[in-house]
Design a protein around this ligand. Structure first.
Ligand SMILES: [Zn+2]
Length: 114
């Protein structure tokens, strides 16, 4: 499974609970705050662009209208369709505007804007 991790990720939550820096723990907890249950906010720093804040959603949590920062082309794409992939078991087929359709394993995390 592809796991994206950017340099200098900073984690926080809107409820102000201190969030661990431990990536494995965050993976295990589905990128959700242990206190309020909301998605952990992730500040990422991409060279030559400004910092921005995303959440990590599993591919099978993605819905139409989500904005995804895609690790392949480092661009932000709007999702215009997301559905179960009929050809690949346990995958979600996600259509990204200005990129095209991509089949992701359901448990893969994608960086999304709130
Ligand atoms: Zn919280």
């Amino acid at each position: 499974m592809h796991i994206t991790r950017y340099d200098n990720e900073k984690y926080s939550c809107q409820c102000n609970t201190p969030i661990t820096d431990d990536y494995e723990t965050l993976m295990d907890s589905d990128w959700v705050c242990p206190i309020c249950g909301e998605k952990v906010l992730i500040e990422i720093n991409i060279p030559d662009t400004q910092n921005f804040t995303v959440i990590r959603k599993r591919a099978d949590e993605i819905v139409s209208g989500d904005l995804v920062f895609y690790y392949v082309d480092y661009q932000i794409h709007q999702v215009y369709n997301a559905e179960r992939d009929n050809r690949k078991k346990n995958n979600t087929y996600i259509c990204l505007k200005e990129f095209g359709g991509v089949s992701f394993p359901n448990e893969e995390y994608l960086e999304c804007f709130l």
